[in-house]
Design a protein around this ligand. Structure first.
Ligand code: IMP
Length: 433
């Protein structure tokens, strides 16, 4: 059976956790394919709120096997904290979560360097999550990273650590004037984690393909979003992995023919955390209301998110680089606040209008949005249970998003709970389910 990719269409925080959780109902495996504990998913089940960073949202369904694929970077300390937290709430992550031996480890020097590099950049900083993500992926690309499988071979772990730490300590001492780190201490800490994580070590590529061959369904769950993609995002204000649909293939070990559905998760407006250009960003009283109504504070860092009107140029671009089959539109209820709504349908720069994502960063940095104005609906929609019962203005807004995203909006979310989701087209992930 083919797999489904769930991908963020904006700068992350689109509500992928909720979407994955909801769609996981009819799936067997949920695979995280990139990123690390820079991500944060909030899932609300009944009255319970779960905040997840590394573990795929599917953990909340007993029938789902949550998988951490090759393309993820893992901080084992954080992983264990998350395991312990879920275990305390009656779940069994220690035996259920499967982790690829090829996933890279975030080491203490990665976290330290993330902080130091940001500090040194001063005003030009990226606003990273300070979790060591960039330095860990840099070591992976430089072929000096340690992987999850190394935790289970003390000799190899020490060899690799000793070799890389010489360089890291030189960097820490000579460039940043910091104390060197001790290989003994790091080894003791990390090898201490190994015993507790042993049951999770898995040949995830084999698990994924055996499952597909057996007719089981798989969701590939992206973290962050398209505009934070290392290759296709607003570089250098991006993360260090590939959240786009192509990244799901490399990050999980699949080929294009194994996938038949790419679901875009997009908010009904736009948010961004950290630095970087954001053409439709608002700074006025509308921004205050949007932030408050949307609860726009990061799950991982608690940082206030920047907010702005829906950007159709970005939606069209995201469709180009991902190939969406469906859109899952989130947080439509937040827009109930406003009498009129704006959607950016193009950008203007030096007398020229751009309908598609501009080819040069300078254009994007200085782009003036060309807005279309739509009427608001002026009523709370969070209790609406059927798409047909939405006010006409809300439906018109959904149709506008659909027209610009150039893909059908299949689901509309009107609140954080699983039950607050309106199904617009009945196209189940698993035929017949
Ligand atoms: P890093 O991934 O920690 O290196 O941060 C790089 C950029 O990506 C920063 O602007 C972060 O705020 C942003 N970022 C990373 N993860 C997320 C996420 O899950 N949601 C939103 N922004 C994120």
């Amino acid at each position: 059976m083919p797999a489904t990719i769930i991908v963020g269409a904006q700068w992350g925080d689109e509500g992928k956790g909720k979407a994955t959780d909801l769609l996981a109902d009819t799936t067997d495996l949920v695979v995280r394919y990139q990123g690390g504990n820079n991500a944060g998913h909030t899932v609300i089940v009944g009255d319970e709120v779960f905040k997840l960073h590394l573990i795929p949202s599917g953990i909340l369904y007993p029938h789902v096997t949550p998988v951490i694929g090759d393309g993820v970077v893992i901080d084992p300390k954080v992983m264990l904290e998350e395991f312990d937290g879920l275990e305390a709430r009656g779940l069994d992550p220690f035996s259920r979560v499967k982790i690829s031996g090829n996933a890279h480890l975030i080491m203490p020097y990665h976290r330290e360097l993330d902080l130091l590099i940001e500090r040194r950049l001063g005003k030009a900083k990226l606003g990273t999550t300070k979790r060591g993500i960039g330095p860990a992926y840099a070591d992976k690309a430089s072929r000096v990273g340690l992987r999850f499988q190394d935790l289970f071979d003390e000799k190899i772990f020490r060899q690799k650590l000793d070799a890389v730490l010489v360089h890291k300590n030189e960097q820490l001492a000579k460039i940043y004037n910091r104390l060197p780190m001790s290989a003994d201490e790091i080894a003791e800490e990390y090898l201490g984690y190994a015993e507790r994580l042993r049951a999770s070590l898995c040949d995830t590529t084999d698990l994924i393909h055996t499952s597909l061959d057996a007719g089981r369904h798989i969701i590939l769950e992206g973290a962050q979003g398209t505009l934070l993609d290392l290759d296709h995002g607003t570089y250098p204000f991006v993360t260090s992995s590939n959240p786009v649909a192509g990244g799901a293939l490399t990050g999980a070990g699949l080929g294009p023919r194994h996938v038949d559905r790419v679901i875009a998760i997009t908010k009904a407006y736009v948010t961004r955390v950290g630095a970087g250009p954001f053409p439709t960003e608002l700074h006025d009283e509308v921004a205050e209301r949007m932030t408050a109504a949307g609860g726009e504070y990061g799950t991982t860092t608690g940082r206030r998110r920047r907010v702005g009107w829906f950007d159709a140029v970005l939606a069209r671009y995201a469709n180009r680089v991902n190939g969406f089959t469906d859109v899952f539109l989130t947080k439509l209820d937040v827009l109930s606040e406003f009498e009129t709504l704006k959607v950016a349908v193009g950008y203007r720069y030096q007398g020229e209008t751009y309908r598609h994502f501009p080819p040069h960063q300078s254009i994007f940095h200085h782009a003036e949005p060309v807005y279309e104005t739509l009427p608001g609906w002026g009523t709370d929609i969070s209790e609406v249970t059927s798409y047909d019962d939405l006010p006409a203005e809300a439906k018109a807004y959904v149709e506008t998003v659909e027209e610009h995203a150039e893909a059908p909006v299949t689901w509309v979310s009107v609140g954080p709970k699983r039950s607050q989701t309106l199904v617009r087209r009945d196209v189940p992930l698993v035929p017949g389910s």
